[in-house]
Design a protein around this ligand. Structure first.
Ligand code: ATP
Ligand code: MG
Length: 573
C-alpha cells in the first residue's frame, strides 16, 4: 500500500526552496554557459553510506532531476587497501533505495588511471611537477605552517628529463612504497597550504579491486577528483565545505593540464545531526569492535541501518529538503529528522493494537468462554482507505503495565483501583482488585465491565477520561519488540578532545521486549511492513521476522520523548 501513497522522487524534491547553488545553476543555464547540467556523487567505497551522504545524494541527484540533467555515480577508488567490493555494492543499493537512478552513468576513478597518468606526464613536461625523494616526514616538515612559509624541497629543481625518467620508473615498480612521490610545482610560500607543492602520486604496491596489479602508483584525491570531473563533463561539482581550501588546487590542475572541460566546484555545509556520528572511520570502529550489530544495526546512521530500522527513503528525502542547503555550519536536531519520519508515515501506515509490556486484566463478570468481535478500521480518520479488521474481546486481556497504577498521582487518568477506563472500541471497565506477587508487584488486575457500554460509549453520558489500547490474552500473538533510542547520549558526539567518543554511547540505545503481544490480525505479517501501534509509535517488521516469530523495530515514537528523557537527567552532557 505504501507504493500508492508514496510520492515519486520528482514530486518529493520539488518544488524546492531556492538556494545559492540553484541560483548559480539557473544563471548558468540562462546565460547559455551550459545547455544542461551534469553533477556527480563521488563516494569513496571505504564504508557504508550514512545520513550525511544522503544530504549530498539528494542534492546531486535532486538537482539533476529538477533541471533535467544527469547525475553520475562515481566510486572514488584511489585507496586500494581500504576499499572493498562489498562497499561498492552497498553504495549502489543505498542510492537506489533512496530513490535515485544513475542510469548507465556509473563510473570509477580507476577507469581513468591511464588518462590520469598521461595528464601527470603532461605536467612534468611543462615543468609543473617533479619527483621528490624526501620522506613523508620531511615533506610534512617542509610544508610550513599557517604562519610560516614552507621550504623548497632539495629535489624541486630536477630536470624535466630526470623527472620523466623517475616517474616512469616509479610506475614500473622500481621503488618501494614511500620512496618517492610526484609533487605539483606550485609555490612553497603560498598562503594556502594546500598549494604548497601538493603530492599528486604515491607508490603503493597493492592490488586494486578493479585494476588488479596493473598499477603500483596511485593518484591522490586532489589530482584525481577534478580531472575525473572534467573527463566526465561535470558542470557543477558539489562538495562539502572542508574542500573549500582545495578549490584553488582543483582549478590549478585543470588549468595546467589544459583540459577543455572546466567544472566548477561549489561547496556547501555538511550535515551534522545531533547525537549522531557521520564519519565512516568511526562507524567502522563501532562495527569492528562489536559496539553495534553490523553496518545495518538499526541504531546506525548508515542508510543500511536506517532502512533496517524502518525509516523510509521518503522521510530521509523530506528531511533533506527541510534542512536545505547553505554554507553555514550547524547542528541539526534529531527531532527534526524524527518529525519528517512521522510526517511521512502518518498518512501511509495502518493503526493496530499491540501491548509492549503486558499486564493481565481479568474481567470477572465477563462470561468465561465468550468471544466478541469489534470492527476496527485501519485508518480511523479515513476508514475507506484500507478497510477494517475484527478485534476479538475476551474475559482475559492485556493492557500496558504503565496504564495501571495502584496509587496514582493526580492527573493520572488511566486504570487504578475503583476507577473506570475505556478499552478502545470495546467496553468501559472498572478496577475492583489486584493480585500481587511475593515482591508486592501487581501481576493481575481484576475488573468488571459495563455491558451497556459496548463500543466504548457510556449511554448515560458519564465522563471517562482514559482510553487504553489492549489485546485479548487468549486471542493475540506473542512477538518481539526492539525499542531503539539514540546511539549516543550526548548532542555532539566525538567533538571533545578530552573524551573518547565510545564513552559517549547511550547505554540504553536498545531494549528488547520479548513478552510483547499484538492483535491476532497480525498473524502472518511478512518482514518489512509498517504499522502504527496505537499510543506507542511507528513500528516495522524486522527482516528477522518469519512465520513463527514476529519481530518489530520501533521506528519512532508518536511524540518527541527525547526532551523528556534529557530533563530526567538520563541523557546528554
Ligand atoms: P566520511 O568523513 O564519512 O568518510 P567522506 O566525505 O570521506 O565522509 P566520501 O565517500 O568521500 O566520504 O563522500 C562522498 C560525498 O559525500 C562527498 O562529496 C562528501 O562531500 C559528501 N558527504 C560526506 N559526508 C557528508 C555530510 N555529513 N554531509 C553532507 N555531505 C557529505
Ligand atoms: Mg572522502
Amino acid at each position: 500500500m505504501s507504493s500508492q501513497t508514496n510520492p515519486s522522487p520528482a514530486e518529493s524534491t520539488s518544488p524546492h526552496a531556492t538556494n545559492f547553488i540553484r541560483n548559480i545553476i539557473e544563471e548558468d543555464l540562462q546565460s547559455g554557459k551550459h545547455k544542461t547540467i551534469v553533477t556527480r556523487f563521488p563516494p569513496e567505497p571505504n564504508g557504508y553510506l550514512h545520513v550525511g551522504h544522503a544530504k549530498a545524494i539528494c542534492l546531486d541527484f535532486g538537482l539533476a532531476e529538477d533541471y533535467h540533467g544527469t547525475c553520475h555515480l562515481r566510486m572514488d577508488d584511489t585507496n586500494p587497501g581500504k576499499e572493498e567490493p562489498e562497499y561498492i555494492e552497498a553504495i549502489k543499493k543505498d542510492v537506489r533505495w533512496l530513490g535515485f537512478d544513475w542510469g548507465e552513468k556509473v563510473y570509477c576513478a580507476s577507469d581513468y588511471f591511464d588518462q590520469l597518468y598521461e595528464f601527470a606526464e603532461r605536467l612534468i613536461q611543462k615543468g609543473k611537477a617533479y619527483v621528490d625523494d624526501s620522506t613523508p616526514e620531511e615533506i610534512r616538515a617542509g610544508r610550513g605552517t599557517l604562519t610560516e612559509p614552507g621550504v623548497n624541497s632539495p629535489y624541486r629543481e630536477r630536470s624535466i628529463e630526470e623527472n620523466l625518467d623517475l616517474f616512469r620508473r616509479m610506475r614500473a615498480g622500481e621503488f618501494p612504497d614511500g620512496a618517492k612521490v610526484l609533487r605539483a610545482k606550485i609555490d612553497m610560500a603560498h598562503p594556502n597550504i594546500v598549494m604548497r607543492d601538493p603530492t599528486l602520486y604515491r607508490i603503493r604496491h597493492q592490488t586494486h579491486p578493479h585494476t588488479g596489479d596493473k598499477w603500483c602508483i596511485y593518484p591522490m584525491y586532489d589530482f584525481t577528483h577534478c580531472l575525473s570531473d572534467s573527463i566526465e563533463g561535470i558542470t557543477h561539482s558539489l562538495c562539502t565545505l572542508e574542500f573549500e581550501n582545495n578549490r584553488p588546487l582543483y582549478d590549478w590542475v585543470l588549468e595546467e593540464v589544459g583540459v577543455e572541460c572546466r567544472p566548477r566546484q561549489i561547496e556547501f555545509s555538511r550535515l551534522n545531526l545531533e547525537s549522531v556520528i557521520v564519519s565512516k572511520r568511526k562507524l567502522l570502529q563501532l562495527v569492528k569492535e562489536g559496539r553495534v550489530n553490523g553496518w545495518d544495526d538499526p541504531r546506525m546512521p548508515t542508510l543500511a541501518g536506517m532502512r533496517r530500522r524502518g525509516y523510509t527513503p521518503e522521510s530521509i528525502r523530506l528531511f533533506c529538503e527541510r534542512i536545505g542547503i547553505s554554507k553555514a555550519e550547524n547542528w541539526i536536531s534529531y527531532s527534526l529528522f524524527e518529525q519528517a519520519v512521522r510526517d511521512d508515515l502518518n498518512p501511509k501506515v495502518p493503526r493496530v493494537m499491540a501491548v509492549l509490556r503486558p499486564l493481565k486484566v481479568v474481567i470477572d463478570n465477563y462470561p468465561q468462554d465468550q468471544v466478541e468481535e469489534f470492527e476496527a478500521p485501519y485508518f480511523p480518520d479515513d476508514p475507506p482507505k484500507m478497510g477494517s479488521r475484527l478485534l476479538p474481546f475476551t474475559r482475559e486481556i492485556y493492557i500496558e503495565q504503565e496504564d495501571f497504577m495502584e496509587d496514582p498521582p493526580p492527573k493520572f487518568f488511566r486504570l487504578a483501583p475503583g476507577r473506570e477506563v475505556r478499552l478502545r472500541r470495546a467496553y468501559i471497565i472498572k478496577c475492583q482488585s489486584v493480585v500481587k506477587d511475593e515482591t508486592g508487584r501487581v501481576i493481575e488486575v481484576h475488573c468488571t465491565y459495563d455491558p451497556e457500554t459496548k463500543g466504548g460509549n457510556a449511554p448515560d453520558g458519564r465522563k471517562i477520561k482514559g482510553t487504553l489500547h489492549w489485546v485479548s490474552a487468549t486471542h493475540s500473538l506473542p512477538c518481539e519488540v526492539r525499542l531503539y533510542d539514540r546511539l549516543f547520549a550526548v548532542d555532539h558526539p566525538a567533538t571533545r578532545e578530552d573524551v573518547n567518543f565510545l564513552d559517549e554511547l547511550n547505554p540504553n540505545s536498545l531494549e528488547i521486549l520479548k513478552e510483547a503481544r499484538v492483535e491476532k490480525s497480525m498473524a502472518g505479517t511478512p518482514a518489512q511492513r509498517w504499522f502504527q501501534f496505537e499510543r506507542s509509535g511507528y513500528f516495522y517488521t524486522d527482516p528477522d521476522t518469519d512465520a513463527q516469530h514476529l519481530v518489530f523495530n520501533r521506528v519512532v515514537t508518536l511524540k518527541d520523548t527525547w526532551a523528556k528523557i534529557v530533563q530526567a537527567g538520563k541523557g546528554r552532557a
